[in-house]
Design a protein around this ligand. Structure first.
Ligand code: SF4
Length: 344
């Protein structure tokens, strides 16, 4: 039995009245309401986001392609990080069918202060039919490259490693020509061995975001540890030296340039191939405040510096997100490795 199913059954069988009430409250929680979406953030002071500069503006999503992608997601009962995180690129990406599916539910067990994913105790065990639905949707969308991410499920013994592996295998079976990129949690509360379960399923790209510089972890990513995340990516490379590894950070959270440079050095020491850097945008006044909007020129300087440190691929721009243009970037990433190896 999958560990998540065992956890779910125990939770329901264990069953104090208080437990039943909270199960019911969770079941009736409306995740569109900010106060219910982020109960742990309600006591935080409001901080308004400064006015966005021109280079951040994006068009409202209206295209036919956008609607088709949305319908396929609804039809397959799939959650996307594009919608849950309020991504500014959703109009552009979905018009081409590029939706990043978020598996293991829509409630995250962490409480990162930058993130708009709903937080709390997930009401459900993992859905054993979800890998099949993801595979069906990928086939229907006709994707050459898919990005699959998830919420953190600290309530599940293996952190969802087996669920990730099953999803990768299901997509491979139905769409053998599709390359697969995963963006995983840190598995920090799990046994070290769970990472191998995911790596053995052979995703093409293993991404885990460091999100920010180490000095901001206690405020921005309190449930995580910088060196654990870094080491996770290094271990992926140790387990499978041919696997592409990728990681990203947001800027504008309050970091300085020297700290960003240090993160680049750390990532290269962990043999990470692909770095993404994008502007942090504040989902609500209860989230971590935007310290500043980093200019396009500063992003260009970060990109240049990162290439200088030996990354195979770098994407650094205000609207860069881990999954933005991921398919095209994967082709460039593969070409860059071939060139480095002297293979034409
Ligand atoms: S950048 Fe990623 S999260 Fe944002 S809309 Fe595109 S695929 Fe979705």
């Amino acid at each position: 039995m999958h560990p998540a199913i065992a956890v779910g059954h125990l939770a329901l069988a264990g069953v104090s009245e208080e437990g039943i009430t909270s199960e019911l409250q969770m079941a009736t929680r409306d995740l569109k309401i900010p106060a219910q979406r982020h109960p742990e953030k309600q006591r935080r002071a409001d901080s308004a986001q400064p006015k966005k500069p021109d280079w951040i503006r994006v068009k409202a999503p209206t295209s036919e392609g956008y609607k088709q992608t949305r319908d396929i997601m609804r039809e397959h009962k799939l959650v996307t990080v594009c919608e849950e995180a309020g991504c500014p690129n959703v109009g552009e990406c979905w018009s081409q069918g590029h939706a990043t599916m978020m598996i293991m539910g829509e409630v995250c067990t962490r409480a990162c202060t930058f993130c708009n994913i709903a937080t709390g105790k997930p009401p459900e065990a993992l859905d054993v039919f979800e890998p099949g639905r993801v595979a069906d949707a990928v086939k229907k969308l006709g994707l050459n490259h898919v990005v699959i991410t998830s919420v953190d499920r600290d309530d599940v013994e293996d952190g969802g490693a087996e669920h990730f592996a099953q999803t990768i295998r299901a997509v491979r079976r139905q769409s053998p020509g599709t390359t697969i990129e995963i963006l995983t949690p840190d598995f920090i509360r799990c046994d070290d061995s769970v990472l191998k379960i995911v790596v053995d399923a052979r995703p093409d790209v293993f991404n885990h975001n460091l999100e920010t510089v180490p000095g901001l972890y206690p405020e921005v990513r309190p449930g995580a540890r910088y060196f654990h995340s870094l080491r996770l990516l290094q271990r992926v490379k140790e387990l499978d030296p041919a696997m592409f590894t990728k990681s990203g950070i947001m800027v504008g959270l309050g970091e300085d340039r020297q700290a960003v440079t240090q993160v680049m050095e750390d990532m290269r020491a962990a043999d990470i191939d692909f770095l993404t850097i994008g502007q942090y945008l504040q989902p609500t006044p209860k989230h971590h405040k935007v310290d500043r909007f980093v200019t396009p020129e500063e992003f260009a300087a970060y990109e240049k510096a990162a290439y200088g440190k030996g990354f195979l691929m770098v994407s650094a721009s205000p609207l860069t997100r881990s999954s933005y243009h991921a398919g095209d970037d994967f082709a460039r990433l593969r070409a860059a490795r071939m060139k480095k190896l002297g293979v034409s």
